[in-house]
Design a protein around this ligand. Structure first.
Ligand code: APR
Length: 262
């Protein structure tokens, strides 16, 4: 038979080095970890019970978005707009992150993860994600209409007549249609550094957010999770489409990425 000794030693060597590799990969500094950039849209929060924008034939909670999410709409009927976001804020405080949000936190154990979201909810943060960039602002913040740099945390209703310390009416700290997307260049710079790009729950219809994925370097693997994907696998090289909800598709993809990496 085969002499037990040499085989046993080589087995130890294989066992030892694969464990060493795992130990190195698990414990290397964040800066050495692969960078994953995740672009999320309303579909990410759908499984938490927050309705998307375009599933309800283009109405957002029965309102035309231009009526409640544009400077013109706010000028025309500020009380209606403030009440609309009061309803959105109250609803947000009733819902919780879903399995998709939670598995994106898990991803941070093994990769250097940044989330670029179009969503104004705080579900990524509540799930525990540590690097979240809100392209379209945040529902739980308000800002002065007289000094855009004055931003306040705000979890309750906001009414007409509630002003900033300088006396200007407060408004939702949200990017309305036709307004600047201040964090766009930061988001683009982050996307350029991605080793892997994951896009979850967005119809890719609203620019400039939808254009972010064009900043990914040539050859970067892109994973697109959506039950009704709005792009085709042939649209981009290295694109994998996962036709699934976020709550189901994200956990599967995360496990797969971790297995591939380790
Ligand atoms: N899981 C994942 N994706 C889902 C789910 C789900 N459970 N349910 C629906 N979706 C997908 C839809 O198929 C659609 O592709 O989520 C996407 C939602 O698209 P939109 O409603 O257009 O939302 P979004 O792409 O985030 O809109 C972008 O438009 O109204 C503006 O500023 C607003 O940030 C918003 C921007």
């Amino acid at each position: 038979g085969i002499p037990a000794e040499p085989l046993f030693r080589s087995q130890i060597k294989i066992y030892h080095c694969s464990n060493l590799r795992k130990m190195y990969l698990y414990n290397r500094p964040r800066i050495m970890q692969k960078k994953i950039v995740v672009l999320t849209g309303a579909g990410m929060s759908a499984d938490s019970g927050i309705r998307t924008f375009r599933d309800a034939n283009g109405l957002w909670e029965d309102h035309d978005v231009m009526e409640v999410a544009s400077p013109h709409g706010f000028a025309r009927d500020p009380a209606l707009v403030l009440d609309f976001y009061n309803q959105r804020r109250r609803q947000l405080l009733e819902v919780v992150p879903n399995a998709g949000h939670k598995m994106l936190v898990e991803l941070e154990q093994h990769f250097n993860v940044t989330i670029i979201t179009q969503n104004i909810d705080d579900l990524h943060e509540r799930a525990g994600s540590s690097h979240v960039l809100h392209l379209h602002g945040e529902l739980l913040k308000v800002r002065s209409t007289g000094d855009a740099t004055m931003v306040l945390d705000w979890k309750k209703d906001l009414s007409l007549g509630e002003t900033c310390p300088k006396g200007y009416q407060l408004r939702p700290h949200i990017v309305w249609f036709g307004e600047e997307v201040p964090l766009l260049s930061e988001a683009a710079q982050i996307t350029v550094t991605a080793d892997i790009l994951i896009i979850i729950g967005t119809s890719m219809q609203v620019y400039p957010a939808a254009g972010i994925l064009n900043y990914a370097r040539q050859g970067t693997p892109i994973y697109f999770i959506d039950p009704k994907p709005s792009i085709n696998a042939s649209d981009f090289a290295n694109l994998t489409i996962i036709q699934s909800t976020a709550a189901k598709g994200v956990p599967t993809l995360v496990k797969d990425l971790v297995r591939k990496e380790f």
